[in-house]
Design a protein around this ligand. Sequence first.
Ligand code: HAM
Length: 419
Amino acid sequence: MIERLQAPRGTFDVLPDDSERRAAVEAAARQVLGAAGYRRIETPAFEATELFARGVGESTDIVQKEMYTFEDGGGRSLTLRPEGTAPICRAYAEHGMHKLAQPVKLWYLSSFFRFERAQAGRYRQFWQVGAEALGSDDPAVDAESILLAVALLDELEVQQVRVRVSSLGSLAARRDYRERLQEHLRAHADQLSAEVRARIDLNPLRAFDSDHPDTREVMREAPRLLDFLSAQDAEHFAAVRALLDAADLDYEVDPTLVRGLDYYTRTVFEIESGALGAQSAVGGGGRYDGLVEQVGGPPTPGMGWAAGVERMLLAAGEGRAVAPEVDLYVAVDGGQPARQAAFALAAEARRARLHAQLELGGRSLKGQLKQAGRVSARYVAIVGDTGSALRDMDSGDQEDVQVSGVVARVLRELRGLGA
Ligand code: HAM
């Protein structure tokens, strides 16, 4: 026997029921973000590897070990996008969007690729909804962006949402802080996990993410980045918090919040759901005031976030799958003339914008009525060789109606106009 092939590890098929729930996510994103003036963008699924190396940062896990990088036929190094912010900054610069009215507000719903250890809620191809506002460093952009992320999760009924906010300050302040943190880590090196110890030089901030008990103990006493902010950055953060308070958002300031990407400056935030297991982060983001410049554009501030579609759906529970409605099921009760008339009727019904399904399974009439019930059809047209009938599936009433009159009749009934 020939071996049955399977989807690669960490990937999944989006089956029709799943796709209905995903369509609800897309509709909610369009509604919530569209209402705030965000417009949709789609960038290519792969980019020059250098974009992520420069943008996301050489020292990050993503660039060090999670990218799907390949060489194309022309010898160029390309990478399947692991995230959406660097590509959007590239597109902003490439299309001269700095000439448009600022900020430019963009949203996306796309698939991303990371070679991570696959488990529930963590995949190698996954989808994100994201929103990016480029061209303004106003604290109102930060606060509005965070509120929109929460609004989307609320709209999707994501359960037990917890919002944590912090500020990383400017890159210069972070450099000073890094040195102080490294001193602290070196002074306690014998208590640290091997992994954290190995990253003292490269990425000391990630030590805050460790779940190694002794490392956590050391981190409790570690200097806090929030205490190293410049006056301007501290003022910016205070303004963001004041706006979040004015909007009555429930959040906490978490000075240990670190994100897995290097481009952040000033505001960062993460949203978790208590309804998820180990992979509890449902979304996150922050400000990235140096990123557009880093990928070759003009100096441009930016702020945004992304939320994982699969995690949002996991945390929203069941109940959002809505099967498509069926106005008319066209059943066949006869030979070739009936089949042709039924085929034409279904096509005519769709031209009239009815949701119409044609019998395609070769069922008996009884089987067809059962199938019409299964798909919750509102009406069934039974098309014979010499005549036809229309059945109201709610009342069970059936009447002879000429095939040429079926569509007009169903339209009138659905509009509540009667026969
Ligand atoms: P991120 O925190 O790496 O941020 O990803 C955002 C969200 O994507 C996560 O909270 C999670 O829900 C989902 N996600 C990430 N990796 C996986 C995975 N392997 N499987 C399933 N879901 C996953 C970013 O990507 C930034 N670009 C966000 C951003 C936008 N910052 C500023 N603008």
